[in-house]
Design a binder for this molecule. Structure first.
Ligand code: ADP
Length: 312
């Protein structure tokens, strides 16, 4: 039995660190170059596996050397890649320029991810054994819809990260159980800037919503109970790449273990906080013992905050 199946993308992130990003026609000399395994699907798979989940990944890597490394990263984090295809041709790549202010500009070339247009034989059988299917929008939408439909047929909970933001195909939200946008994605989908109001609007389309709010934490809303806001630990952010994916991976594990939603959100935000403290995507994702330690420590910090609030 596989607890969590991820149907999603694998990309090699090719990251150039520069003082300022080049303008059109300009050439600049950068400081450093790194190749970092990423892609929203792979990131969520690695995050969930490191958080202690039993995780399998469906998608495709290319037949190039990046493909072998992308698969290797998943395997070494404990992700089952038996149904991860190797497509003839290049792997997906993300060409990232990070400037000294921490701003970035990114070109994504789907490569092998673009070949995943539908579920392959065996994929639905695997999904049927899971309790949760994690989906994002970096694969062709036909595959995302196919996967979500299969999950629905087998009573598997679907968690959709609607990123990169784009018009959603009709019917996708109808087969989504939990939608996890960041505040910009929530605003783009609903046309409503205020996340609380946007969450209310989203609940007309899906039963449960978590809107992530960066350093401000996350907001949970469902059709069955009052909304709740969960703060994020206070940390010095070094690189927020993959914070959202780390959050979703850890959240899926905690919910799959049957933890109450507020506890699960706190634990997921402890995982994401560890990720933002370190550079990179998959390279910066924490393992379960670190998440537990961070989660215990932040409780102490918050309690002492509350004490000083009441005494001041
Ligand atoms: P995304 O990475 O998808 O843009 P967010 O920026 O909302 O999404 O971040 C996702 C989660 O990561 C947040 O809900 C929070 O728990 C955590 N996080 C992000 N930035 C910070 C930060 N500066 N400090 C602490 N936690 C953060």
């Amino acid at each position: 039995m596989t607890g969590i199946v991820v149907l999603g993308s694998t990309n090699m992130d090719l990251v150039a660190y520069v003082a300022h990003a080049p303008k059109r026609g300009e050439t600049v000399t950068g400081r450093e170059f790194r190749t970092i395994p990423g892609g929203k699907g792979a990131n969520q798979a690695v995050a969930a596996a490191r958080a202690g989940g039993d995780v399998a990944m469906i998608g495709a890597v290319g037949s190039d050397e990046f493909g072998a490394r992308l698969r290797g990263t998943l395997v070494s984090s404990g992700v089952d890649t038996d149904l991860l295809r190797t497509a003839d041709g290049p792997s997906g790549t993300a060409h990232v320029v990070v400037d000294d202010d921490g701003g970035n500009a990114i070109v994504v070339i789907p490569g092998a991810n673009g070949t995943v247009t539908a579920l392959a034989p065996g994929d639905e059988t695997l999904i049927a054994t899971a309790d949760t299917l994690l989906l994002q929008l970096e694969l062709p939408l036909s595959a995302v819809l196919d996967g979500a439909g299969a999950a629905r047929r087998h009573g598997v909970r679907t968690v959709l990260t609607p990123a990169p933001v784009q018009p959603l195909p009709p019917g996708l939200l109808a087969v989504t159980d939990l939608l996890v946008p960041n505040e910009h994605e929530a605003a783009a989908i609903t046309g409503i800037a205020d996340p609380h109001t946007a969450a209310g609007e989203l609940l007309r389309r899906v039963p449960e919503v978590v809107i992530t709010l960066g350093a401000a934490g996350s907001l949970y809303a469902s059709r069955d109970r009052a909304p709740l806001t969960v703060p994020a630990p206070r940390v010095t952010a070094v690189d927020t790449t993959a914070a959202g994916d780390t959050f979703v991976g850890a959240l899926a594990v905690a919910l799959g273990e049957g933890r109450p939603v507020e506890q699960a959100l706190r634990w997921a935000s402890s995982a994401a906080a560890l990720c933002v403290r370190r550079a990179g995507a998959s390279t910066s994702m924490p393992y379960r013992p670190e998440i537990d330690a961070e989660n215990d420590h932040r409780t102490t910090v918050q309690e002492s905050d509350q004490e000083s609030d009441t005494t001041s």
